[in-house]
Design a protein around this ligand. Structure first.
Ligand code: ADP
Ligand code: ZN
Length: 631
C-alpha cells in the first residue's frame, strides 16, 4: 500500500497536510528526520504511516503516560496494533507485552525514556528488528528548551547499543534555532531532512485582556459560551482550587487538575474533561501535554505564562479539530512578579553548574518576550509568528488587537487629583468610594461620609468612570497607589515622589473595538454553521450514539469519531459502506466497528424526516444542498 492508501484505509483521511508527505517520504527513503510543527498540525501521522510500511518495529519515545495511552487507544481503534510500556503497567504485564512484541504482534511501541535503561527492555530490543526510533516532544532533550528532561539523554546510548542503526525521526513544536540544533546534535541525526511547517494556526483567535477582575471576566465568558469545552490555566495550585470552586458554585460543570492532587483524582478529573462530563477544566501547566481533545473551543490563561513556547503550546490545545477557537490571556502587572518568583524557585538538578546562570538569563529573556506580547498594541498573531522566526505580512485582522483602535491619553493631571483624594480621605476607602467622590456621584453611601465636603468631590466629573478605573489600576501598577489585599480592600498612598517631577507623565492606553476590515477571514465559519436545524438534530443524535459507543468501549468520544467526522456525516448523509468510507475520518477498521450503527441512525432519521435539508453549502451562490431523499 502507498502512504496515501494507508492514510485512507486506517485513518480515513483523503490527503496529507502540509509537511506530512515530505516527512513520510524522507523516512521511507531511509533518512533521519527532524520535524518542527505546531500543536495540532498532525505530527503523529508522520511517523505512524511509515511505521506501518517499514519492515520492523517502530519505537516511539514519549514523555507522558497519558499521551501514550491516548495514542495507543486511538491506533488500536483504527485497527493498528500498538502497545505502550510504562510504569502504569505491572512487571508481568510488561513481560507479556514484550513477548507479544517479540512475536511480531505490534508495529508500534510507545515507551517512556526511563524504560530505555531497563535490562529487560534492552534484551528485548536486541532480539527484534527495530526499523525506526521516533522521539516525540524532542525538545525535551535540550536544556535550552522549557521542558528539559535529563532522561531524554538516555536515548543516545540506547540507539548506539542497537545492532543495526534504525532510522531516527524527531518531532517537536519548539522552533528556536538552538533547540533545533540541540536535537540534531545530541541525537546524532545523520544529514536529517529538516521540515519546518508554518506556525500559523488560522482558526485560533488571539486576545489579551489587561484586567484586574479576572474572575468576573472568566465567569461572564463561560456564561456566554455555555456549550463550549475550555481549559483555564492558572499559575499556582491555590489559584486553581479557588477558581474551580468559584465556577462550581456558579453551576459550571468544571473540574480541576494540578500536581497536588493524588493520582487517582487526577486521572478521574482528566477523564471527566475528556469524556465531556466536565467540559471545563481549571489547571496548572501540569495539565495538557498529550491531551488530544479535539473540541476545546477556548483556552484562557489566568496568568501570563513563562515563555512564548509555553504559551503557544498551551493555547494551541484549542481548536485541534480546525474549528474556530479562542485563546485569551488575562494579564496584570502582578503576573510578572509571580513569574519572577517561580523562576527563582526553579529546579536545576541535572544541569551543569556553569550552565545555570546562562539558563537563568534565557528564562528572563523569555519572560520579557511574553511581557511584550501582553503589552503590544500591534497584531498579536504577527508578534507570535515573528518570535518563531516566520515572516509576517499585514496585520491578521483575526486577533483582539486587530479589532481594537488604541489611543494614548495623558492623564497626569487627573492622576494628581486621584492622589489628592486618597490623601484627603486618609486612605480609608476602597475603589468604589474614591471613584464616587472624584466623579461627584450622588449616592447614599457618599452622603453618609459627607463626601461633598471633600475638596476633591466632583473634580473629575467630566471624565468617564471606565477611564478613571483604568487610570487607578495603572497607578497601582506603577506604585503611586497601593491597594490592600484584604476583603475590604482600600486604596492607600504609594510612592508619589516621581510625580513631583514635572516631566513625569501618566499615560493610559484606551481602545475602542472596531469592525473587522476583511469579513471573510474573521467570519470563518464553523463547520456546524453549514448545518440546518434538521442537520443539527441529526448531529445531536449522532453525538448521543457516539457517547453510547464510547461508554461501551471505554474510549473517549473523540477517539470514536471527531465532531468534524460527525458533521461530515450530517452533510454527506451516507447510505452505504462506500459512501460512509467517503466521510473524512472514517477508515476501514472504524467502519467495521461502528459504521453500521451510524448508517442505521442516519437511515432512521431519513425515514422520519424524508424532506429534511440537513446542510447548506458554504458557498451561498451555489444551490448545493444535502437532502435526505433525492426529489
Ligand atoms: P500534533 O501531534 O501535531 O499536535 P496530532 O497528530 O494530534 O497533532 O493531529 C491533530 C489532529 O489532526 C488529529 O485529530 C488528527 O487525526 C488530525 N489529522 C492529522 N493529519 C490529518 C490529515 N492529513 N487530514 C485530516 N486530519 C488530520
Ligand atoms: Zn492580528
Amino acid at each position: 500500500m502507498s502512504p496515501e492508501e494507508i492514510l485512507k484505509q486506517y485513518f480515513g483521511y483523503d490527503s496529507f497536510r502540509e509537511g506530512q508527505g515530505t516527512i513520510i517520504n524522507a523516512i521511507l527513503e531511509g533518512r533521519d528526520v527532524l520535524a518542527v510543527m505546531p500543536t495540532g498540525a498532525g505530527k503523529s501521522i508522520c511517523y505512524q504511516v511509515p511505521a506501518l510500511m517499514l519492515p520492523g518495529i517502530t519505537i516511539v519515545i514519549s514523555p507522558l503516560i497519558s499521551l501514550m495511552q491516548d495514542q495507543v487507544k486511538s491506533l488500536n481503534d483504527n485497527g493498528i496494533h500498538a502497545a505502550y510500556i510504562n510504569s502504569s503497567l505491572s512487571d508481568s504485564q510488561i513481560s507479556r507485552a514484550l513477548t507479544a512484541a517479540a512475536n511480531g504482534q505490534y508495529k508500534i511501541i510507545y515507551v517512556a525514556p526511563e524504560r530505555l535503561e531497563s535490562q529487560e527492555f534492552l534484551d528485548f530490543s536486541r532480539r527484534v528488528h527495530i526499523s525506526m526510533v521516533t522521539v516525540d516532544e524532542a525538545h525535551c532533550i535540550s536544556q535550552w528548551g522549557q521542558d528539559f528532561r535529563p532522561s531524554y539523554l538516555k536515548i543516545v546510548d540506547f540507539v548506539k547499543g542497537l545492532e543495526h542503526r534504525p532510522i531516527l525521526s524527531a518531532f517537536t513544536a519548539t522552533a528556536t534555532e538552538e533547540v533545533k540544533n540541540d536535537i540534531a546534535c545530541i541525537l546524532g541525526l545523520k544529514e536529517p531532512r529538516i521540515v519546518v511547517t508554518g506556525f500559523d494556526r488560522e482558526n485560533l483567535y488571539y486576545q489579551v485582556e489587561n484586567i484586574r477582575r479576572k474572575d468576573d471576566y472568566i465567569v461572564s465568558y463561560i456564561e456566554k459560551h455555555p456549550e463550549d469545552s475550555g481549559i483555564i490555566y492558572c499559575a499556582t495550585r491555590k489559584n486553581v482550587d479557588t477558581l474551580q470552586e468559584l465556577l462550581f458554585t456558579r453551576g459550571v460543570p468544571v473540574t480541576k487538575y494540578h500536581a497536588g492532587l493524588d493520582n487517582e483524582t487526577r486521572k478521574k478529573n482528566q477523564e471527566d474533561f475528556i469524556y465531556d462530563r466536565a467540559p471545563v477544566i481549571v489547571a496548572t501547566n501540569a495539565f495538557g501535554m498529550g491531551i488530544d481533545k479535539s473540541n476545546v473551543r477556548y483556552v484562557i490563561h489566568y496568568n501570563m505564562p513563562q515563555s512564548m513556547e509555553n504559551y503557544y503550546q498551551e493555547a494551541g490545545r484549542a481548536g485541534r479539530d480546525g474549528e474556530p477557537s479562542t485563546c485569551i490571556l488575562l494579564f496584570s502587572a502582578q503576573d510578572i512578579m509571580i513569574n519572577k518568583f517561580l523562576l527563582e524557585r526553579k529546579d536545576f538538578s541535572g544541569v551543569e553548574p556553569e550552565d545555570v546562570e546562562l539558563i537563568r538569563q534565557r528564562d528572563i529573556k523569555r519572560l520579557q518576550v511574553m511581557e511584550g506580547y501582553c503589552r503590544t498594541t500591534g497584531c498579536l498573531r504577527n508578534y507570535i509568528l515573528t518570535y518563531f522566526g516566520e515572516k509576517t505580512g499585514v496585520p491578521c485582522d483575526h486577533c483582539g488587537n486587530c479589532h481594537r483602535e488604541y489611543r494614548e491619553v495623558d492623564l497626569t493631571d487627573a492622576a494628581k487629583s486621584v492622589i489628592n483624594c486618597v490623601f484627603e480621605t486618609k486612605g480609608r476607602y476602597g475603589l468604589t468610594i474614591v471613584l464616587g467622590i472624584l466623579l461627584g456621584a450622588n449616592r447614599a453611601r457618599l452622603k453618609e461620609i459627607h463626601a461633598e465636603t471633600y475638596k476633591t468631590y466632583g473634580v473629575l466629573k467630566d471624565r468617564s468612570e471606565a477611564e478613571l478605573r483604568l487610570l487607578i489600576s495603572q497607578m497601582i501598577q506603577e506604585g503611586y497607589l497601593h491597594q490592600t489585599e484584604d476583603r475590604y480592600s482600600v486604596l492607600k498612598m504609594g510612592d508619589i515622589t516621581p510625580l513631583r517631577d514635572e516631566n513625569t507623565r501618566v499615560i493610559i492606553r484606551t481602545y475602542e473595538e472596531k469592525e473587522p476590515a476583511r469579513k471573510a477571514r474573521s467570519a470563518k465559519r464553523k463547520s456546524t454553521d453549514a448545518l440546518t436545524s434538521a442537520g443539527y438534530d441529526l448531529f445531536e443524535k449522532l453525538r448521543a450514539l457516539r457517547l453510547a459507543i464510547a461508554r461501551e468501549e471505554a474510549l473517549p468520544p473523540y477517539i470514536v469519531f471527531s465532531d468534524k467526522t460527525l458533521i461530515d456525516m450530517c452533510t454527506k448523509l451516507p447510505k452505504d459502506r462506500a459512501s460512509m468510507l467517503n466521510v473524512s475520518g472514517v477508515g476501514a477498521a472504524k467502519f467495521e466497528k461502528y459504521g453500521q450503527r451510524f448508517l442505521d441512525e442516519i437511515g432512521a432519521f431519513s425515514l422520519q424526516h424524508p424532506e429534511a435539508v440537513t446542510s447548506i453549502s458554504e458557498d451561498e451562490n451555489s444551490e448545493k444542498q444535502s437532502k435526505i431523499v433525492e426529489l
